[in-house]
Design a protein around this ligand. Structure first.
Ligand code: HEM
Length: 428
């Protein structure tokens, strides 16, 4: 269609990896060792002792994530990453402590709480519109990070003290990169604290600033009814939960919002329809009033799922989808590959939000928020936040892509290495 640009995608390697490839880069970045055949097959076993089984078939993925028989657990890197981020807070907790914290946090994400926060989502986007540089290129990830930080500090964490949201937004990518970095050195059998000391995490300036902010806010009092940390106070550790919440609530949502906006910049006809829907709401921007925008966000989260992989480990010897599994063997749940799978989707690389029309039924291969007991607690919150923010922005701005095509990377989040650049002008 006129004005449409090609949509960037990640290219898996054309050939199967060697054991040497696995040793060289498989630990640091699993996406570099997965062959393109994962887009046609239910699963691919990577070579070498203890190498992951990569799965992309919706039934297998649900089997692992729902895990009714307790056959899978989180792998040791994931546990370490979660402990670095969350200490003993919600996402890192296990057993009774996890159940208690999950139950305590739930009111923040109930449908009514999400609906009540729609004005806060719209206000954060309106502030961004006011400060948006017109007719000059803007990198979307950085812009949307400010919006999402404003949302977090007016909804889930509010009133605990002054926060420079622009500074937190700027620190978050470096913080996430740092706490999520693992390499071959991490395979050495050393105590966890030694690993962190060797890797210099504790000395990293962004890590220190984020930890200092959590410490300061933990001492304050929340004023929002859904202040997540107040809800969790007495059930889980306050400072750990604050520290974990920042990246969990920001990094994935920033990725989801900026990919949605960028994809719409490449699809002007859909962008115009989103703007028209937003303008037709008469200022009452909430998810129920934005069915088309909701489909657009769902489709953008399919093409660019913020969490491209979820990792589990087989708790015992067994099999999965006909593949043998050893005890302790990692299973890499390739959400990105499942979302683009050639058997699961018609025309998988095309942008077609109407796949999510109610009459098309449930899309079982769509799992940007995971599934099972550990499914994202904030899935509805995030969906509404992205849809309302995108609608509010596009009601006033018209985005056009500028610069080079994005280079997609699937590390902790699905990102563009060279950014997502657009120019905005007032929408007529
Ligand atoms: C587009 C935005 C988001 C995406 C794609 C996303 C994705 C995910 C995924 C895939 C998981 C499951 C991880 C696993 O099974 O290993 C998860 C868990 C989680 N997410 Fe989100 N998330 C998003 C936004 C948020 C927000 C806004 C919050 C705010 C608090 C949040 C908080 C959490 C928490 C606390 C967990 C852990 C739940 C548990 O272990 O019980 N997420 N998220």
């Amino acid at each position: 269609m006129a004005g449409e640009l090609p949509l960037a995608r990640f290219c898996f390697r054309p050939d199967p990896p060697s054991v040497w490839d696995m040793l060289r880069s498989g630990v640091a970045d699993v996406s570099t060792v997965i062959p393109d055949s994962i887009l046609d097959l239910p699963a691919v076993q990577l070579p070498g002792p203890g190498a992951p089984l990569v799965i992309a078939d919706p039934a297998l993925v649900r089997d692992v994530l729902n895990d009714r028989e307790g056959r899978f657990e989180r792998d040791r890197f994931m546990r370490r990453l979660l402990r670095r981020a969350w200490g003993k807070g919600l996402a890192a907790a296990e057993g009774q402590s996890w159940q208690d914290q999950r139950r305590a946090a739930a009111p923040a994400f109930r449908p009514q709480a999400v609906a009540d926060n729609a004005p806060a989502f719209a206000a954060a986007a309106a502030k961004a519109v006011e400060n948006w540089p017109q007719d000059e290129p803007v990198e979307l990830t950085r812009r949307t990070a400010r919006i999402i930080a404003d949302v977090v500090f007016t909804t889930l964490v509010n009133g605990r003290g002054e926060v420079d949201t622009a500074a937190v937004a700027a620190d978050m990518p470096g913080y996430v990169r740092r706490i999520a970095s693992f390499g071959n050195r991490d395979l050495l059998p050393l105590p966890e604290a030694w690993h962190d000391r060797l890797s210099g995490i504790d000395r990293d300036p962004a890590v220190r600033r984020v930890r200092a902010l959590a410490e300061r806010l933990a001492a304050g009092r929340g004023t929002s009814e859904i202040d997540l940390v107040t809800l969790l106070d007495g059930v889980g550790p306050v400072e750990d939960n604050l520290r974990g919440l920042f990246p969990a609530a920001m990094d994935s949502t920033v990725a989801g919002t900026s990919w949605t906006l960028y994809t719409l910049a490449c699809r002007p006809a859909w962008q115009a329809r989103v703007a028209e829907e937003a303008r037709g709401c008469g200022g009452d921007l909430r998810l129920e009033n934005l069915p088309l925008t909701r489909r657009v966000v769902q489709e953008a989260l399919r093409l660019y799922p913020p969490a491209p992989f979820l990792i589990r480990t087989s708790a015992s010897k067994g099999q999965l989808g006909g593949f043998p599994l050893n005890k302790g063997q990692p299973v890499a749940i390739a959400i990105y590959a499942m979302h683009r799978h050639r058997i699961v989707w018609d025309n998988p690389d095309a942008f077609d939000p109407d796949r999510f029309l109610p009459e098309c039924g449930t899309q079982s291969g769509w799992l940007p928020f995971g599934a099972g007991p550990r499914v994202c607690i904030a899935a509805q919150f995030a969906l509404a936040e992205i849809a309302v923010a995108v609608a509010r922005l596009l009601a006033e701005l018209e985005l056009t892509p500028t610069g080079a095509e994005p280079k997609v990377s699937l590390q902790v989040t699905t990102k563009s290495i060279n950014g997502l650049h657009v120019t905005a002008r007032p929408r007529p």
